[in-house]
Design a protein around this ligand. Sequence first.
Ligand code: ADE
Length: 240
Amino acid sequence: MTAPWTARVLTLFPEMFPGPLGLSLAGKALERGDWALEAIDIRSFATDKHRTVDDTPFGGGPDMVMRPDVVDAALAQATQDGLAPAIYLTPRGQVLTQGLVKRLSAGPGLVVLCGRYEGLDERVIEARGLLEVSLGDFVLSGGEPAALALIDSCVRLLPGVMGAEETLDEESFEAGLLEYPHYTRPADWCGRQVPEVLMSGHHEKIRAWRRQKAEETTRLRRPDLWAVYQEHKARVGAKN
Ligand code: ADE
């Protein structure tokens, strides 16, 4: 059997993994062997008796910096087979998109380096050609929660992990639009009604209503996505 999609996480807190990824759909898929997770303790690559992984910054400053030699030794082991891309999670990176998630989930897996402290010595980023990725314009206290989110977003796209494949096709970002609103029973909740059309049983009308709502929500909330969507529509023509 070929190796499943594998996430190797380099971290100072291996006990944070699998964490939430051990539960729900991702957790079941992990148990089934649809994907694999290895949490590698960066500290185990330290060479001095105090097992030091960080040091003070050249040029001064209050925060510690992760040492390039220690991190490099961890990366050398994790990237041995040379197949999976090595990602460094940092607010300085390119912002994660569903497009990148798709490409990553289609590959053999990921090597994910989680930073702590102020950062990582720049030389190891250059030497290893790390792909720097950010979850967005905010700062976490470390890369671990970002690694959990990144891996989750990839794992749910692996074949067999999500129940209904059509859920993936219809959802947000697949079409370049935000999702339309959802409703379930009761039809009348605290005097709030479910839109008539959804109870009409008229599939064509329902599809058109959902598309219109998705477009309206995207245009109002995310003009950036709306512009890309319109460009795409102009280029390839709307499917419907
Ligand atoms: N580490 C700290 N903040 C982060 C962010 N916004 N995205 C990815 N990794 C991070």
